[in-house]
Ligand binder design. Sequence first.
Ligand code: SAJ
Length: 429
Amino acid sequence: MKMKKIEKVAVIGLGYVGLPLLVSIYKTRKYKVVGFDVNKPKIDQIKNGISPIEDETTVKCVKRKKLPVTSNESLLRGCDVFIVCVPTPIFYDYTPNYDPLKSAALLVKKYLTKGCHVVIESTVNPGTCEEIVIPILNEKSKLKAGIDFNVSHCPERINPGDPKWTVLNINRNIGSINREWNIMVADFYRSFVKEAMINEVSCLKVAEATKIVENTFRDVNIAYVNELAMSFDAMGIDLHETLKASSNKPFAFMTHWPGCGVGGHCIAVDPYYLIQRASLSGFDHRFLKVARDINNKMPDYTVNRLISTLKDKKIPIKGTKVALLGLSYKANVGDLRESPALEIEKILKEKGFEVTVYDPYVINRGAKSLKEAIDDTAAVVIATGHKKIIDELPKLLRKSSVKVIVDGRNCLNKEKIEKLKIAYKGIGR
Ligand code: SAJ
């Protein structure tokens, strides 16, 4: 089968992965591009020059109002490459939810032609392309994957909110249904990813496994330091200082940091993909499950740190006002997905606290300012280490009624807080 020359490219799913990717390909001026998303308001927003994501290059390009985006699927006709960048969330029982990916495959199927490429960038567990995507593309179709068209997997590695690592300079791995076609897709990526390596792996499953392995690695390492935090709190040893000291080991040590929990739709989600897929092959990932359990229990641990400290100061729980600072899952972004802060808020309310929330990146929730949030409160719990909170909180505390702070991200200066006669508890310090 002779593959088509890549001239027209479709990016399906214009979120924090797809939109910067579309911009990068568009800016090469080498291809006709079309960005597709089912979310019409998002398409209208982009057409009006407003970028739904904060990535600088993307904001600048979207502002010019020339980016070819649409929710009209017929504009996908005639594309030589379809790059799928849709979310892969989990259901409440932590099993993978492939509905967005299946819908994207059904959409692409309508516009497949001989010699085209389908590239999945969404994070999936090993086997998904061959067991879910390809059967959909092949079903009741004259065109068959591996004979008439190619299927590749190139897992995205975008780090939301990171100005340094972008779609242009992050190394990528690519695997395809066959090696010869893999070279073509890899060369296509090399035409716009100029400052990074495009590594060809031998097959789809290896490409799928790389991303899951990377993110599961991170989850188990965070669980490791979270368990250390609980044991070091019991022993009265400052883990934060210990980790800082250990991090000066120049080899064979990679620092992670304890906190009030693990959020986001990568690290908190991806391990469940591998757990589920391996179980279908008869393997039980005990270690991954224990790590997930430790990380999922950190919100509880954080609230218990507050309760025990209030008890020491003979401050009641019922009706006590607590300011929960930070709702998003990580610092300086406004993404609430799987955020431990939401779990902390729920537990605080269940315990009987009067909770005021504040997050400078989440405008439609809670107090309008940090001052308003901590006004007349006895305690503060920090769930997200936003720079704005770290910068503003210390000076506001001086004139506040706050007696206890639980720093869920170990982001404040403990000594400075204690000088204000406020009881300080971190996670692991
Ligand atoms: N967290 C900790 N301790 C740590 C690091 C993170 O508790 O040492 C928590 C964060 O507060 C957050 C969650 O874990 O709630 C996830 O944080 P993250 O920094 O891993 O952020 P993500 O979810 O945006 O992860 C992305 C991932 N990128 C991709 O999947 C392409 C991940 O692979 C990166 O390692 C990560 O960014 C990164 O390095 O920042």
